[in-house]
Structures are given as C-alpha cells and as structure tokens.
Design a binder for this molecule. Structure first.
Ligand SMILES: *Cc1c(COP(=O)(O)O)cnc(C)c1O
Length: 460
C-alpha cells in the first residue's frame, strides 16, 4: 500500500515513511492510495481477539512492516490496556456502548497513541535515525495520551500545546505530571484552533521541520486513524447476530479522526448503515454534512471541550474521497475556504448517505448524562453523552443496532459529572494518584515564533 497526499504535490510513500513524517511535504495528509475491500474475508475474523483482528486489518496497510513485527507492535501497544477485551461493548438500555476508555489515559486517544509510540521507535530503528521530535496540539486528551505513549521512548521528544485553562483539571494533570525528561507541556494563551494552526504552520516550515526532525502525534498522522479502524470491526462482531446485518455507529466528532476511521471501515465493506456525528454547539461539521456548506465559526467553550473545534483536520481526508481522489479539487476547496472562510460543495441538503449529523447543546449533554444514570446507573462522560444525545435526537427506528462510541471515562470530567448528577462523584485510581504530584509546564503566547524558539532551546 502506498500513501498519497490529499494535496497531490508530494511523492507517494510507504507506511513507515508516512507515519514518521506525520504530514506530507505539500501540507496535505497522507492517505491510502486505495481502500481495500475486505467484505469477502471478514466473516472469518468474527472470533479473533482484538490483537489478532488488528493484525489482519493492518496487514492491508503496512507493506513495509514484516508480519511478525506488526503483530509484536500491536501486542505491545494493547498490553497497556486494563480490560481483556480492549474495547468491550456493553448494552445499556437499547443502546450498545463501545467503551474506548480502558487505556492508560482513559480516552480513546490511547488506541492510536500507544500504537504510534511503538511504530515511532520501530521506524527510528529501521531507518537508522537519531531522533524524532513530536509536536502536537491538544484540546485535552491527545496531550495526555501522547505523553503516555511516547515519554519512555528513547530518542523521542514530545511537545504538547494545549489551550490555557481549557482542558479539565485532571486532563491538565495528565499533561503536566510524570513528564520525564523528554516531554514538554506548553500552555498556550489561545484556543485549540490556535494551537492546531501553530502546529500546522511550524510543520509547513520545511527548513525548521527538517533541522529539528519533526513528527506528528495528531490524527493528521495516518497511524492513528489506522489503529482506530480496528474497533469498528471488533464492535461489529460483538453486536450482530449474523455477518451482513447493518449497524449504526454514533460518534462525538471533533477533528473527525475517529469518525473518519469509521468511514474507512464502511468503505472497506463493514456493513455500516450510517455514521451519526454528534457535535456540540461548535457545529461546522454538522452543517457541512447537512447542507454541503462549510463555514468557519468562532470556537465556543462547552462542557465537551475535546470537541470544541471548528476546523476539523481530518475533513481533508474525507474531501479527498468525496472528490473521488482529485487533489486538485481538495486544493480548490481549501484555497477558497482560507480566502473567504466559506465554501459549498452542493446546493444544499445532505451530501453523503453514509453520514448524518446534528448538534447537541450543553443542556442536552447534562440531561442525557442524568437520564442514563437514573435509568441505567451508567455514567457517561460529556463527550459520550453527545453521541448518545445525537442518537436519541436523530434515530427513532429501532430495527438497526446502534453502537455509541464512548470516547472517555467519566472520571476525567468530574466537575461536569457532579453538575449533571446532583453531586454524584466518580473517581479512577490512575487519575487520583496524579493529584499529589508536582506539575511542570510553560506558558506561551499563541505565537508561532515563541513556540519555535521554545523548541529550539529545549533541543539544544
Ligand atoms: C478527541 C476526542 C473526541 C473527538 O475525536 P476526533 O477524532 O477529534 O473527532 C471526542 N471525545 C473525546 C473524549 C476526545 O478526547
């Protein structure tokens, strides 16, 4: 499998090269040249363990990693998860909840970042490279998961940019304690979109990029999306009565990386009737899928901070498929968007029969958390509540099983849980132990130059 850039101006490249580079040299995202069809073979995967299934699926995408090495990378990546099923599905009322929070930092980001950390080490070894310096922007969960996935790896440094004061208290603790020597936490006076824009623009500075051997841990990195495809298949096998039955996945969408993994699973032949996207009031994506018009709004702060995003980085990969592989059209779209802040791909109405979307308010998030607790004694984190609320708003027909992706453990958002559930508390030992540890971080302005000079001095 070769990887091409969504902007068409970079050489097609192998899996390891695409993952090590993070982003293509033309500013685009590496994406598989074609999407393999597994519909004829997937029935034989039904009873595989998570790690075995991951191996079968990833083999289609990882030509330059020998098959035994791949299995070892996968086994190592998921050995850090607390649940034997890795991504269990539980039935709650008439919904299936896919619990993606059993990794070391209690959010689904661990699926991509535990794997990425091991692939980075493997790639450094294979390519005889001296070092790799990872730069990432986070709205809260990526930072902690990236630090947990990378901090103990030799020859890898990591720089995490988060919007000052925005992640939850415990998310900030995950990013500012247990850093070791090689992780740097930067509290940026700005929004997540500011952090993401700074990271993007540093990547496009090719001289700085090469001199400092930069890599990416955001979901622009294909390695993360690849790892996330696996749990769509795994969940499917846990829920259906027979292969071929259709299911619906409901996903809280921020940067669109998680949803894109589901979209690719569908294109690979997994019988997905529909992917439901849940946005909070930052609903640029919902509007795009519902009307064909993409218009940037101002970021509003909500109770689901991980999806307080207006410019979703992985939409670019979707556009590449939407335009049938025309990089020219992707570039035209981006150019117009950057110039005017608005662009339309159709004359109105939903643009993809595989994707439906809606936006969920903070009030609906809280009432959904409360109802799930009162009716089922099941505690939702606010992001999972967005996907459950989106399901309830959009889906009345009960014929097709609905699988809601639970992207974080409720204990990461204690304040919101307390508000929603009238004082109810929730804890997790891996978070409680951070409370007494010293914090380390540096505050910077939302300014590319300040971030670049911080990196420079940290690496000398
Ligand atoms: C990152 C994150 C999301 C959004 O996922 P994307 O891949 O960015 O769409 C949703 N919920 C939680 C808890 C997250 O950490």
């Amino acid at each position: 499998m070769l990887y091409v850039s969504t902007r068409g101006q970079a050489e097609p490249t192998s899996f390891l090269d695409a993952v090590m580079a993070g982003q293509a040299s033309d500013g685009g995202l590496f994406t598989p040249q074609f999407i393999p069809d597994v519909s004829k073979v997937m029935a034989s995967w039904k009873d595989l363990s998570y790690q075995e299934l991951a191996h079968r699926l990833m083999l289609y995408f990882t030509d330059d990693v020998p098959t035994d090495d791949l299995q070892q990378l996968i086994n190592k990546s998921y050995a850090t998860f607390e649940h034997p099923a890795i991504s269990p599905v539980v039935k709650v009322g008439n919904l299936h909840i896919l619990e993606l929070f059993h990794g070391p930092t209690l959010a689904f980001k661990d699926f991509g970042l535990q794997f990425l950390g091991n692939v980075f080490s493997y790639g450094l070894e294979k390519q005889n490279r001296d070092n790799l310096n990872i730069l990432c922007a986070t709205s809260g969960d990526t930072g902690g998961a990236a630090i947990a996935g990378l901090r103990d790896k030799e020859r890898i440094n990591i720089f995490v940019l988060f919007p000052k004061g925005r992640p939850s208290r415990l998310q900030i603790l995950q990013m500012t304690t247990l850093l070791g020597k090689s992780a740097h936490s930067l509290s940026v006076r700005g929004t997540f979109d500011d952090c993401q824009a700074i990271v993007k623009s540093i990547f496009s500075d090719s001289q700085f990029n090469q001199e400092h051997s930069l890599g990416s841990a955001n979901s622009v990195n294909w390695g993360r999306v690849l790892a996330q495809i696996v749990y769509y298949f795994f969940a499917y096998f846990q829920v259906i009565r027979e292969i071929g039955q259709k299911v619906i996945f409901s996903v809280p969408a921020g940067n669109f990386g998680n949803s894109l993994a589901g979209y690719i699973a569908a294109r690979m032949g997994l019988p997905i009737e529909l992917i439901l996207l849940g946005n909070n009031v930052n609903d640029t994506l919902s509007k795009f899928f519902n009307t064909g018009s993409y218009q940037k709004g101002k970021v509003l702060h909500t109770l689901s901070p991980a999806i307080d995003i207006q410019v979703a980085s992985n939409l670019e990969r979707y556009l590449y498929y939407y335009f049938n592989g025309s990089a020219e059209k992707v570039c035209g779209f981006l150019k117009q968007f950057n110039r005017t802040g608005v662009v339309a791909v159709s004359n109105g109405g939903p643009i993809d029969k595989r994707i439906a979307a809606c936006s969920v308010s903070d009030e609906e998030t809280l009432s959904t958390m409360k109802a799930m607790w009162q009716e089922n004694e099941y505690m939702l984190d606010p992001h999972t509540a967005v996907s459950v609320a989106a399901t309830q708003k959009m889906r009345s027909d009960k014929a097709c099983p609905v699988i809601c992706l639970s992207t974080a453990h409720a204990a990461k958002f204690q304040e919101t849980v307390r508000t929603a559930l009238a004082g109810q508390t929730v804890e997790h030992p891996s978070l409680s132990r951070l409370e007494s540890l010293p914090q380390k971080y540096t505050e910077l302005a939302a300014d590319k130059k300040e971030v670049m000079s911080y990196i420079e001095s940290a690496l000398t």
